[in-house]
Structures are given as structure tokens and as C-alpha cells.
Design a protein around this ligand. Structure first.
Ligand SMILES: O[C@H]1[C@H](O)[C@@H](O)[C@H](O)[C@@H](O)[C@H]1O
Ligand SMILES: [Fe+2]
Ligand SMILES: [Fe+2]
Length: 308
């Protein structure tokens, strides 16, 4: 499936068109794109993604990043990918998994302390309002954070630092734009000279799929979707896999590792990110009311039961 986005992202009005050519699904961004209302403050009255402001949550968030930066190494990510690629934990549907997220709260997030299912629905409903015809984008939004089930006992009960928070590459230098960068000092990869340069073990333009990105809910959910044969367009899978990669999609770091396909997909990710971030609020979505719509999308793009 080829996803083709022509036209750069401008933050004003929308026109997005989906064209179907035979069995390929070309997603064409025409003209300017929509952006959601962007509140200036989060549910705690602070600006979004402020990792230094003193709040009751700040200490917990910083501790999560401290551990993440110390323990996520190249070898750790490699091991986790191999382990979770087996998908031998359990079988369930996408919706069953959404319901499980009721039990999950993300300790890395300075902007939200609601159960995760609220966040999924808020993101999906916000993007649906502005992009009514892109049903794949609604579903992508609904499932983008499902990988956080890794925190639950049935999925291995991984610690927060191995599941949530922003992501970054391993095997090359840690960019300064990474949140709480100072904690990399204690990461064992700092002792490997091959990892200390801009390209590290990679070559320019090698494509993100060849890069080890820190392990967490993004890569896990991508793996689940891919291995279970989801028919979501590549742009949807890309959004799921890299939505926490803020150093790239917000700060522009590591762009030299992208290939042409990544460049196209990044445009959709940047649209998606605005909804992921700014739809976080205390207002609730009526789950029962929207459920039939999302069930129909799940049915369209996923098998009934998936291996996790
Ligand atoms: O704290 C948040 C949260 O864990 C999100 O799910 C993740 O995608 C973001 O990158 C991160 O900053
Ligand atoms: Fe996420
Ligand atoms: Fe999210």
C-alpha cells in the first residue's frame, strides 16, 4: 500500500482527499490542513509539555524519564523487540483492549491524569470532527496508545519507563532536544564510542524502520497491528509507531535518518500530533454513544481477534 502526500503542512484550513487507485490507497493532502483549537493551558492550568514547572506531578514525570534514560539501551530495545514479537501473551479484540486501558494511568504525562480510554476517545473524536472522511485516521487515533497495556500483569507488567514517555533512537548520539537529557549520563551506551556520533551505527537516509527506537507503547502497538495483518494505510501505522518521537516530529532532530517514505508519513504524524496533545482535557466523551462507530472501523481494518 503506497501512501502519497503531496503538499506541505500549513496550519489553516483543511482539505484532505482520499483517492483509491485499484488496490492501492493513495492519501493525498490537498491544500492547507486543519488544526484543532489549541488551548493555552492543560487540565492543571499549566502550559502543555512543560517538564520543568513545579507541580505535584512533576517529580513523578521526571523520575520516569530518569529511569528511562538510564535503562533504555540498544541491547535492551533489541531484546524487547524479540520478546514481544512472539505475540504469545493472549488473544483479544481491539475494543477489549481499549476497555483494559481504563485501568492505566500514564506517569510520564505532565498534561493528563485521566484514565487512558478518555484520552483515546478525546483524540479520535477531535480528529474526526476536522477530518470526517479519513476514517483510518479516526481509528489510528483510537488505538495509538493501546500499547500502554504493557503496564498490566497479563502483558508482562513492564515498568512505566519501559512503556510511556517520549521516544528516541539508540545506537547514535542522544540529541539535546530529548526531555531531561541530563540523565543519559548514566546510560551504559555512553561508553560505546560507536554510538556517540550523529549517524552512529546508521547511514544517512537509511529509513526509520532500520533504526532502534526506545522501547515502549508505540513500537509494541505497531508490532501488534502489523503482525496481525491490519489493513490500515502505512501513514496510520507510522503514526502509531512514531507518535512519541517528539525529538523528530517536534524538534526536527534525526531527520537525516529518514527516507522518502518517512518524509511523506511525517506530514500526517504532525497533523495527528496536534490532536493527540491539545485534545487532552477533563471533558468526557460518552463511550456508549460513539462505540458503534468505532466498532465498525475496527471491523474494517482489523481481524476480530488479535494476538498480543
Ligand atoms: O507522556 C506522554 C505519553 O506517554 C504519550 O502517550 C506519549 O505518546 C508522549 O510522547 C509522552 O510525552
Ligand atoms: Fe502515546
Ligand atoms: Fe496519546
Amino acid at each position: 500500500m503506497t501512501v502519497c502526500i503531496e503538499q506541505s503542512v500549513h496550519e489553516s484550513e483543511v482539505v484532505v482527499e482520499t483517492k483509491n487507485h485499484c488496490d492501492t490507497n493513495e492519501l493525498v493532502l490537498n491544500g492547507d490542513v486543519a488544526v484543532p483549537d489549541q488551548p493555552e493551558v492543560n487540565a492543571f492550568g499549566q502550559s502543555f509539555r512543560d517538564y520543568d514547572v513545579e507541580t505535584t506531578r512533576q517529580k513523578q514525570v521526571e523520575e520516569c524519564y530518569r529511569l528511562n534514560h538510564i535503562y533504555q539501551t540498544y541491547d535492551y530495545v533489541k531484546k524487547m523487540r524479540e520478546e514481544y514479537k512472539k505475540l504469545d501473551k493472549l488473544e483479544m479484540s481491539i475494543w477489549e483492549c481499549c476497555e483494559l486501558l481504563n485501568e492505566v494511568v500514564d506517569e510520564s504525562d505532565p498534561d493528563l491524569d485521566e484514565p487512558q480510554i478518555e484520552h483515546l476517545l478525546q483524540t479520535a473524536e477531535a480528529i474526526r470532527k476536522d477530518y470526517p472522511d479519513e476514517d483510518w485516521l479516526h481509528l489510528t487515533a483510537l488505538i495509538h496508545d493501546l500499547g500502554k497495556v504493557l503496564l498490566l500483569p497479563r502483558f508482562g507488567e513492564l515498568p512505566q519507563w519501559a512503556v510511556v514517555g517520549d521516544t528516541h533512537p539508540l545506537g547514535c548520539a542522544f540529541d539535546d532536544s530529548i526531555v531531561h537529557h541530563k540523565y543519559f549520563k548514566e546510560n551504559p551506551d555512553m561508553n560505546n564510542s560507536a554510538y556517540q556520533t550523529k549517524n552512529g551505527i546508521y547511514t544517512e537516509g537509511c529509513g526509520l524502520e532500520n533504526v532502534m527506537i526506545s522501547w515502549g507503547h508505540d513500537d509494541y502497538m505497531y508490532l501488534v497491528a502489523k503482525e496481525n495483518g491490519s489493513t490500515l494505510p502505512e501513514a496510520g501505522l507510522f503514526i502509531i509507531r512514531y507518535h512519541s518521537f517528539y525529538p523528530l516530529h517536534r524538534s526536527g532532530a534525526y531527520k537525516h535518518l529518514m527516507n522518502e517514505e518517512d518524509v511523506k508519513n511525517l506530514k500526517w504524524l504532525q497533523i495527528f500530533n496536534k490532536y493527540d496533545l491539545y485534545s487532552k482535557s477533563k471533558s468526557r466523551v460518552d463511550v456508549e454513544k460513539v462505540k458503534p462507530y468505532y466498532l465498525s472501523l475496527i471491523n474494517k481494518y482489523f481481524p476480530e481477534k488479535l494476538r498480543w
